[in-house]
Design a protein around this ligand. Structure first.
Ligand code: FES
Length: 138
């Protein structure tokens, strides 16, 4: 089992929300295409993605810290050609995949908004927070 260090939007003492299924473990290959899905942030539509980096699923909102735009080059393609950094397709901000911190380009001291994820029994799950919630089914 692996779990992100991040507890995005999770206030201390807040009860953990039930995990939501995201994808099968096999859907995210090491440093490959990310799985992208819809969430609600403060009740507004947003996109999230999870990719596997050094064996661990890492999940973030698909929103650059420079300008609030989606970052993927092609749907689900977030990594640079060397598969080392998350690279924003708009102006080239580079982020550390392990923690979402800006490491170069116009994102300054910003960082990606992390989602808590967990992998078990061949599936990846994410934990909704107070601020980032699942999209309800109709
Ligand atoms: S919007 Fe991502 S680098 Fe400018």
């Amino acid at each position: 089992m692996t779990m992100n260090d991040a507890t995005a939007g999770q206030a201390a003492g807040e009860p953990a929300a039930a995990p939501e299924p995201v994808c099968a473990s096999a859907d995210i290959a090491e440093r490959g295409r990310a799985w992208v899905w819809d969430v609600l942030e403060y009740g507004r539509p947003a996109r999230a993605f999870v990719l596997r980096f050094d064996g661990t699923p890492r999940a973030y909102l698909n929103r650059c810290a420079h300008v609030p735009a989606e970052m993927d080059w092609q749907p689900g393609e977030f990594l640079d050609a060397g598969q080392r950094w998350i690279l924003c397709s708009i102006h080239g901000a580079a982020y550390e995949p392990a923690d979402g911190r800006c490491v170069g380009g116009p994102c300054g001291r910003g960082r990606l908004v992390a989602l808590q994820v967990e992998e078990r029994d061949g599936r990846v799950y994410w934990y909704p927070s107070r601020d980032i919630r699942p999209v309800p089914f109709d």
